[in-house]
Design a protein around this ligand. Structure first.
Ligand code: NAI
Ligand code: MG
Length: 493
C-alpha cells in the first residue's frame, strides 16, 4: 500500500504528501514511549499526521466494555493506519480484550512479527537471528467456539477456511519475495489433523509453486518449535496457523533476548495496526525509564507499510547505532556491554542524534520500496466441488461402559440407507472389535453411513435416537467432495 494512495491532508515543503495515522497513547508506560517514538519520527522526516484517539483503561472505566468508542472507530476506518501503545486490560470479568476486538472487527488477518538478535549488545545465546513470523490471526482454535457436551467432555472447534488460508499463505510468500527473504517454513500438525492443518499445508504447496525463487519447507510443529528454540538462525520467514504462530512468536522473541525490543504488525486488506509486543508495564509507569524500542519497531514497520521505507531505514539504523554504542535503557543494561544507562527521553534523543548514521557491527537495515500492488489480491473463490451426503456422525451422552450395549441400542435405529458402521469414544474406535483397555468417557459417537442419503434420513434417524431415550448432543454430516471423503476415519478404523 503506497502512501500516495491514502487521503492526503497536507503537503510539506518538499511537496511530499503526509499520511494521516491514528495514534493511541495507551496506558501505563504507553504515553512515555509513544511521545518518544513520535519525536523520533518527526526528527527523521516521517511524513505523517497523527490523529490521536483514546482507548484502553480510561475508556473501559467510563463503562465501555470494549475499551474503544465510536469516534475512535471512525478515525481508524478513515486513516486505515493505527500506531498503538500498549493498554491495560482492567482485572475482573466483563472487559473484552481490546486487541482481539480491533483485530477481528477490522479484519486484521495477518500478524507479522520480525525477531532479531542484537548480539553482543543484547545478551542472547544465538548470534544471528533474523526471522519474521507470519501468523494467521482470525481462525483456528481462536474462533472461540466452545461447548460442554457431556458431564465429562468439552470441545473447542478448530476452523480453517480455504480463503482465509489462501490470504495468509499468499501474504507470507509475497512478504518473503518483496523483502528479499530466501526461505519460507510452513509449520502445522497435519500428520494428526489431516483435514484442517492438511488444508493449510496443501495451500502452502499450491501457492508456493508460484514462487520458484523461494526455498519452501514444511515442518511439524513439535520439531519446528524445538528447532526454533535450539537453532533459530536457520529460519527466515515462518508461516503458521493462529495457535502455533502464537506460541512460536514468543519462543522466537524469547530466544532472541528481545521481547522488550520487538514490534509487530496486524494487517488486513484495508487497515493495519502497529505496536510493541510488550504490555503497559504498570510497574515502571511514570518513571521515565521505559524502553521505547518495541513501539519504535512497530513504527518502523508502519513506515514501510505506508510507503516511506527510506525513513524507516534511517530510524532503524540510528537505533542500531545507539544500541551498538552501549546507550541502553535499564531493561537491557548490562555492565559487560553497556556504556550509559539512560531514560526514555534520553534514549530517544540519542537515536535522533544518530539519524543518518549506520551501525558498524550490526547489519544495517534496508527496506524495499513497497509495490503499488496489494500484498494479497482479492481471493478468488474456487468453483464448488460436487458435494454428496453419505452419512452422519451422531454423538451421544451415554453413561454406560460397554460399547456392545450402545451398539445394541443404536443398530435397530438404522434405516434402509443409514446403517451403523462404527462407534468411537474420544475418536478411538471401540465397536466393532474394540479393546477393553481403551479408556472411555460419556462422549460417544455412532457413525451411520449409506447410499443416496438425504437430510430427511438424518432427521428421521435423530427422531428415532431421541425416542429410544438417548441424548444426542450433536451431529456432524458426512460428505464427500468430488468423491473424496470430507471426514476423518476413527482411530483404529
Ligand atoms: P508487560 O509486558 O507490560 O511487562 C512485563 C515486564 O516487562 C515488566 O516487568 C515490565 O516492567 C517490563 N517491560 C515491559 N515493557 C517494557 C519496556 N518498554 N521497557 C522496560 N521494561 C518493560 O506485561 P504484563 O506485566 O504481563 O502486563 C501489564 C499490562 O499490559 C496488563 O494489563 C496486560 O493486559 C497489558 N498488555 C497489553 C498488551 C497490548 O496492549 N498489546 C500486550 C501485553 C500485555
Ligand atoms: Mg501470545
Amino acid at each position: 500500500m503506497g502512501g500516495g494512495s491514502l487521503t492526503c491532508l497536507k503537503e510539506d515543503k518538499l511537496g511530499m504528501s503526509k499520511t494521516p495515522i491514528t495514534v493511541a497513547y495507551g496506558d501505563g508506560i504507553g504515553p512515555e514511549i509513544m511521545s518518544a517514538v513520535l519525536q523520533i519520527l518527526e526528527a527523521a522526516g516521517a511524513q505523517v499526521t497523527p490523529e490521536v484517539i483514546e482507548i484502553g483503561e480510561s475508556v473501559y472505566l467510563r463503562g465501555h466494555t470494549s475499551g474503544i468508542e465510536d469516534s475512535a472507530w471512525e478515525s481508524l476506518r478513515r486513516t486505515k493506519v493505527f500506531l498503538k501503545a500498549p493498554i491495560t486490560t482492567p482485572q475482573g470479568g466483563g472487559y473484552k480484550s481490546l486487541n482481539v476486538t480491533v483485530r477481528k472487527t477490522l479484519g486484521l488477518y495477518a500478524n507479522v512479527r520480525p525477531v532479531q538478535s542484537y548480539e553482543p549488545f543484547v545478551t542472547t545465546k544465538h548470534k544471528s537471528i533474523d526471522l519474521v513470523i507470519v501468523r494467521e490471526n482470525e481462525e483456528d482454535l481462536y474462533a472461540g467456539i466452545e461447548h460442554q457436551q457431556t458431564n465429562e467432555v468439552v470441545q473447542c472447534l478448530k476452523l480453517i477456511s480455504r480463503p482465509g488460508t489462501e490470504r495468509i499463505v499468499r501474504y507470507a510468500l509475497e512478504f518473503a519475495r518483496r523483502n528479499g527473504r530466501k526461505k519460507v517454513t510452513c509449520i502445522t500438525k497435519d500428520n494428526i489433523m489431516k483435514l484442517t492443518d492438511g488444508l493449510f499445508h496443501r495451500v502452502f504447496d499450491e501457492l508456493g509453486a508460484e514462487y520458484p525463487e523461494l526455498v519452501k519447507e514444511h515442518m511439524i510443529v513439535d520439531i519446528g518449535a524445538a528447532r526454533l528454540a535450539e537453532m533459530p538462525e536457520r529460519f527466515d520467514v515462518i508461516l503458521a496457523p493462529n495457535l502455533y504462530g502464537d506460541i512460536l512468536s514468543d519462543i522466537a522473541a524469547e530466544v532472541a533476548g528481545s521481547v522488550g525490543l520487538a514490534g509487530s504488525a496486524n494487517v488486513g486488506d484495508e487497515v493495519a495496526m502497529f505496536e510493541a509486543v510488550h504490555g503497559s508495564a504498570p510497574d515502571i509507569a511514570g518513571k521515565g525509564i521505559a524502553n521505547p524500542s518495541g513501539l519504535l519497531q512497530g513504527a518502523i514497520l508502519m513506515l514501510v507499510h505506508i510507503g516511506q521505507p527510506e525513513v524507516a531505514a534511517r530510524i532503524k539504523n540510528a537505533w542500531l547505532k545507539t544500541l551498538e554504542e552501549g546507550i541502553h535503557t535499564a531493561d537491557i543494561y548490562d555492565e559487560r556491554v553497556s556504556v550509559q544507562k539512560v531514560g526514555t527521553q534520553e534514549f530517544a534523543r540519542a537515536v535522533i542524534e544518530r539519524l543518518g548514521q549506520e551501525p558498524d557491527r550490526l547489519r544495517p537495515a534496508r527496506f524495499g520500496k513497497p509495490s503499488p500492488e496489494p500484498m494479497v489480491p482479492r481471493v478468488e473463490r474456487k468453483p464448488a466441488a460436487q458435494k454428496e451426503l453419505v452419512g452422519v456422525d451422531v454423538f451421544v451422552d451415554w453413561k454406560g461402559q460397554k460399547p456392545e450395549e450402545l451398539a445394541a441400542q443404536l443398530q435397530p435405529l438404522a434405516t434402509n440407507n443409514l446403517e451403523l458402521v462404527m462407534i468411537t469414544n474420544r475418536g478411538v474406535k471401540v465397536w466393532p472389535g474394540g479393546f477393553p483397555e481403551t479408556f472411555r468417557t460419556d462422549h460417544w459417537r455412532g457413525r451411520f453411513m449409506g447410499q443416496g442419503v438425504r437430510h430427511a434420513d438424518v432427521v428421521a434417524l435423530l427422531t428415532r435416537v431421541a425416542e429410544a431415550g438417548l441424548d444426542f448432543i450433536k451431529t456432524e454430516n458426512l460428505y464427500t467432495f468430488d468423491g473424496k471423503p470430507g471426514y476423518s476415519l476413527g482411530q483404529g478404523q
